[in-house]
Ligand binder design. Sequence first.
Ligand code: BTN
Length: 231
Amino acid sequence: MHKELLKFKQVASTQDVLRRLIKNRKEIAVFAYRQTKGRGRYKREWFSPAGGLYLSILVFPERHINSIPLISCLSVIETLKRLNFNKVSIHWPNDVFLNNKKICGILSERIDSAIICGIGLNVNIKNFPSKLSNATSLYIETGRIYSLEKILNLCLKNFWNFYDSLQNDTFNIADAYQYISGVGEPVVVKLSSKEIIKGIIHNVDEDWSLIVRTDNGMIKKIYYGDVIRVL
Ligand code: BTN
């Protein structure tokens, strides 16, 4: 840990605050209590009222760049486990689910040698817009209000620990396998507006690609995409 953390009451997006700080070449985190223009993957809006945790972390990794989103996701998983939540899982590639609903999304943006990893964790949010019917928060799951500061500190401590182990080659990706959900289940992956793959999740590979056995019996490795699980 011991890396700098900037805290704001409100920003447009914590991702953008860090974009402006890349030139300082310093690894640093930014937290905000609210965002007015929070964004998610595929240019979606990220619902960011007071009560959520909005955290972005700027790193300049020398190796294992592709695993940065995964360690962000694991940092949240470890935090939730520390708070005694057990039904936590990773919805490939790096959404965190609690009790089969989305509790956290991760957005990773690469700008040359910099990575800005954004974590949106629904902590004390009481209601979601109806279009986010699969979202949940710690409050909705338990009826309790949680300390954002405590959760922020746990997430950061976990992140920097995982980041150190990743950079000194002691991180074991196998630690993440136990949390992957949906292996053996039907899946639809949207690669683009025109390309969709349907099949069964076979596994997740060591490079964190999703291995799908397609409906016509082919094995496909998928490196990105929007997973729409078929239940
Ligand atoms: C997703 O599931 O689509 C990813 C959501 C990522 C949201 C976080 S909140 C903190 C950071 N700032 C943003 O504007 N987005 C990320």
